[in-house]
Design a protein around this ligand. Structure first.
Ligand SMILES: [Zn+2]
Length: 197
């Protein structure tokens, strides 16, 4: 139905997180019914973001400037780095406004099952940042999964020789829960109750 252009659009939309074929069809239909108001502005925003947004060379955040707006912000506490698995976790903490230090996006967790080893994570970049001086505390805010806990343990060992304080976010992080799905109050409590790692 609708020709190959519509089929192609639906196929692309269906690949987005949270979308399946049914919601992709509904979204495509809504857009096609209002091409000027809904479709062309979206197409322009997609093109603009695809060209402008980069990975921050310091922390791994996605931003249209590099260093990102967080790393470049002199008002923030540059002595504290919060390590998260992915950019989604970083954005969740920013949305909750519970933290004013810097971040480091690790790029995942160690996972024997998925074949993710230390070389796949950005620990060397984190160690470089610490070696540059000025960092006093590293907060590990990894998900409370088996892999997250193993990764936090491994990171604590790797960071020990640097002499910086290593802490872990505390209670309120549900088993198997990623930071991205936590509400703001829970995130705030998790950060407030961090403890020595
Ligand atoms: Zn950054």
């Amino acid at each position: 139905m609708g020709g190959p252009e519509v089929d192609h659009l639906i196929a692309l939309l269906a690949r987005l997180p949270g979308m399946g074929p049914r919601s992709a069809r509904r979204a495509a239909l809504k857009m096609l019914q209002h091409p000027e108001a809904r479709m062309l502005p979206l197409a322009a925003a997609l093109t603009e973001a695809a060209h402008a947004v980069r990975s921050c060379a310091d922390c791994g955040n996605l931003d249209s400037q590099d260093p990102c707006s967080i790393c470049a912000d002199e008002q923030r506490d540059h002595t504290t780095i919060c390590v998260v698995e992915g950019v989604g976790d970083l954005w969740a903490l920013e949305r909750a406004r519970v933290y004013d230090g810097l971040y480091h996006v690790l790029g995942g967790t160690l996972s024997a099952l998925s074949g993710i080893g230390p070389e796949d994570l950005t620990i060397h970049l984190l160690l470089n940042r610490i070696a540059e001086g000025g960092v006093k505390e590293v907060i590990l805010a990894l998900g409370a999964t088996v892999d997250g806990a193993a990764t936090a343990h491994w990171l604590t060992d790797q960071l020990r020789p640097t002499g910086v304080a290593v802490t872990r976010v505390g209670q309120g992080v549900p088993m198997g829960g990623a930071l991205d799905v936590l509400d703001d109050g829970t995130l705030a409590a998790a950060l407030r109750t961090r403890r020595a790692g």
